[in-house]
Every structure is written in C-alpha cells, then in structure tokens.
Write a protein that binds this ligand. Structure first.
Ligand SMILES: Cc1cc2nc3c(=O)[nH]c(=O)nc-3n(C[C@H](O)[C@H](O)[C@H](O)COP(=O)(O)OP(=O)(O)OC[C@H]3O[C@@H](n4cnc5c(N)ncnc54)[C@H](O)[C@@H]3O)c2cc1C
Length: 369
C-alpha cells in the first residue's frame, strides 16, 4: 500500500468513523519513537494495529532530544556491556538502513586537568576500544592538546591535557518518527494524531480491553477495542498506568538545550567536556546549520500538559559551561537564537541526583496493559 492517500482530512474522518467497528489486534497510545516502532513491527506482522497520538506525531520527547544515535558509551562506565552492545548494534543498523536520515558524527572528548585526566585517558581509552570493537570498527584516537585544538579551535587551552576523537551518529529525531510511522502505514498500520487515549475500557476482571478516545480537533469520542493495549506515552505513562491500579513510577526529568547560530559557535563535530560546577558531561554539536548545547537533567514534576521550556537556572548552567570551555568566542545570552526542552521518561528509584537514575528501558506487563 502507498501512503499517498492517507493522513488527509477525508481519510482521517473515514478512519475515525470506523474505529468502533474495527477489530483491532493492538491499540497503541503515544506517537513518539516508541509507539511508532511498535506500530511498525505490529504492521509488519500483519496485525491490525492502531496508534493514537494526542498532538502532532513526535510532539513529546521524540522531537526534543539531543538527536544523537549513540552507541551507549556512557553505559560502559557502569559496566552495562549488554546494553552498550545493543545500542551499538542499533546505531550500526540505523546507519545502514537510514541513509540520508542517520549520519555519522565525529565526537571530541576533551580532557582537562582536574577531570582525572591521566586515569581518564586510560579508562576512556579502554572504554572506547570496547566501544569500537563492539561495532567492528576502529574509530577512536587520542590527540595531544595542540592537535586537539586544531580540531576544536575555540576550546580553552587552559589545563587542556588532550582528548579523544571517536565516531557516533546523529539524526533528525522528529523526522525519524515520521519515517517509521510512514513505513508502518505502508504495511497497513493505522495512525491518528490529535486523538487522546482518555480512558482504559476494562472487562469484568478489570483487564483492559480497549480505549476511550477523544478527538482533540472536534471534541467527539469513540471506543477502540483490541486484544492488546500498549501504553507508549513516555513521560505521561503513569496517567494510563494508574487506571489499572499501578503506582506512579515515572520521574520526569527535563533536559534543555541552547541553540546558537553556527557562525557564532562554529564546530565541525561534537565536543564533549565536563561542566565546571558539577562535573556532568555537557556537549556542543553541529545540527542542521546551528550549534546545539546541552543538556540539563532536572526534575520536572507533573502536570506535563504544556510544552516544556528551559528555566533561567538551566540557561545559566549551560552558559557557565560554554563560557568556561569556549572563552575565546565571548558568547553571551544575546547570541542564543532559540532553546528547547524535553522530558525524559525515567523510572524513579528515589536517587537524590536525577542524573544517577538509570536510563535503561523497561517493558512492563501490568494487569493486561
Ligand atoms: C533532553 C533530552 C535529550 C535526549 N537525547 C537523546 C539522544 O541524543 N539520543 C537518544 O537516543 N535519546 C535521547 N533522549 C531520550 C529520547 O528522546 C526518549 O527516550 C524518547 O524520545 C522517548 O520516546 P517515547 O516515544 O517513549 O516518548 P515520547 O516521544 O514522549 O512520546 C510519547 C507520546 O505520547 C503522547 N501521549 C501522551 N499521553 C497520551 C494519551 N493519553 N493519548 C495519546 N497520546 C498520548 C505524547 O503526546 C507523546 O507524543 C533524550 C531525551 C531528552 C529529554
């Protein structure tokens, strides 16, 4: 099936009217990358699959990320080899299948005095060796301070001990969602945006058998029944989970970015360095003709109904990082052309520091949801 005739107003109307009469195998709430991927796999398996998204596709976190298709280098630090291998394999597969949408991205990892530079060199060298071996490539190399500055000309030379170069990848996260969604539609999957999954429909044993849906554009409602209901609503997942009696477990963490014009903050590749205040890794990287600087990692308790936005404290935090590491550019707030923020759907475990919470994914089966 081609996707040319879908996603227009007439198609949407016809699809809405047939929702209740259709026998769905699976209904998915949430039109980010998770929901889109599930819709694609379900459609490939010839299942009758429906996805609903309350706003635009990828309105949530999947259009507000750092756009990196990384192989999970940071997971090596905590010994999560299996997760790193899965991430590396995912990156390589996306690079192979997503030409024009997933591009290689060089990464520079600056090492300064006080970063534990000597131990850091050994540890990062070992980590990057494993990272490369998992991808069956040899992309990393250590550079002296002078050579490193040639690749990152505006980086502060004060205390610079050198640094690594290695290879990762980047994408346009929102376009990736749309690509996956269109592939799913091409295989017969149905996706409707501006439709909210409002209420789980439960059977006599309190197991979900469908969803009550609200058309955000007209206010009307409909029911969709399915054998399987999947909650792929990311940071909003608790809203449906509590309807099957589960406790809220999502700890929404906001991550924000500053955007500079490339001519004010020119970079040929990504540069990562430690924040001078708390030692968290911060990075700056070129993307679509601008330079992004990110990110923060702060609690952002519900409600999450409005577009998340950066706070003054986060702006100050990111500006402190780049003025410390790129003083020669004399960047000020007036150079910032835009900002964006997204909410990480992290599982809370009560850690004091948000950045200590695991970034691993989980799949829960909870009372049939
Ligand atoms: C600052 C930041 C940087 C990041 N950087 C990276 C990175 O570089 N690389 C990387 O791989 N990952 C990165 N991530 C993580 C990645 O972005 C997320 O893991 C991913 O986008 C989550 O996708 P999702 O589909 O689960 O959630 P979302 O994209 O949030 O999708 C959930 C969707 O569900 C919808 N929804 C909610 N409730 C309902 C309802 N009741 N009915 C219908 N729809 C509903 C929402 O509108 C939303 O669109 C980053 C995250 C942040 C915040």
């Amino acid at each position: 099936m081609t996707t040319e005739n879908i996603w227009n107003a007439a198609w949407r109307e016809e699809t809405w009217r047939s929702l209740a009469d259709s026998e769905w195998d699976v209904v998915i709430a949430g039109g980010g990358i998770t929901g889109a991927g599930i819709l694609r796999e379900a459609s490939r398996l010839n299942l009758r699959a429906l996805l609903v998204e309350q706003r635009d596709y990828a309105w949530g976190t999947s259009s507000r990320s750092s756009k990196l298709v990384h192989g999970g280098l940071r997971y090596l630090k905590t010994g999560q080899l299996a997760l790193t291998r899965a991430s590396v394999q995912g990156r390589e597969q996306l690079l192979a299948e997503g030409q024009g949408l997933i591009d290689p991205l060089g990464f520079l990892l600056a090492q300064y005095e006080g970063d534990g530079a000597t131990a850091g060199r050994l540890v990062y060298g070992a980590g990057l060796t494993i990272y490369d071996l998992l991808a069956l490539q040899w992309s990393h190399r250590y550079y002296s301070p002078l050579d490193f500055q040639m690749m990152a000309p505006y980086i502060s030379p004060t205390g610079l001990r050198g640094g690594f170069h290695y290879q990762d990848a980047q994408t346009d996260d929102a376009r990736l969602v749309l690509r996956v969604m269109r592939e799913a539609a091409g295989d017969g999957g149905t996706a409707l945006n501006y439709v909210r999954a409002e209420q789980l429909l439960l059977d006599g044993a309190d197991r979900p058998v469908g969803l009550r849906l609200r058309d955000i554009l007209t206010g009307r409602s409909a029911e969709a029944h399915a054998r399987v209901i999947i909650n792929a609503t990311g940071a909003w997942a608790d809203n449906l989970r509590v309807q099957v009696g589960e406790e809220a477990r999502i700890r929404p963490l906001r991550g924000s970015h500053l955007i500079f014009p490339a001519w004010r903050f020119p970079l040929a590749q990504a540069v990562s360095f430690m924040h001078p205040i708390d030692g968290r890794p911060v990075f700056a990287f070129p993307w679509e003709g601008v330079t992004l600087v990110g990110t923060t990692d702060v609690d952002c308790p519900p409600p999450l109904e409005n577009d998340p936005s950066i706070t003054g404290d986060e702006v100050a935090y990111l500006m402190a990082a780049i003025t410390a590491h790129f003083p020669a550019l004399s960047l000020t707030l007036s150079d910032v052309v835009a900002t964006f923020a997204g909410i990480r759907p992290v599982i809370g475990s009560g850690k004091a520091d948000p950045s200590d919470e695991s970034r691993d994914h989980v799949i829960w089966q909870e009372n049939g949801l």
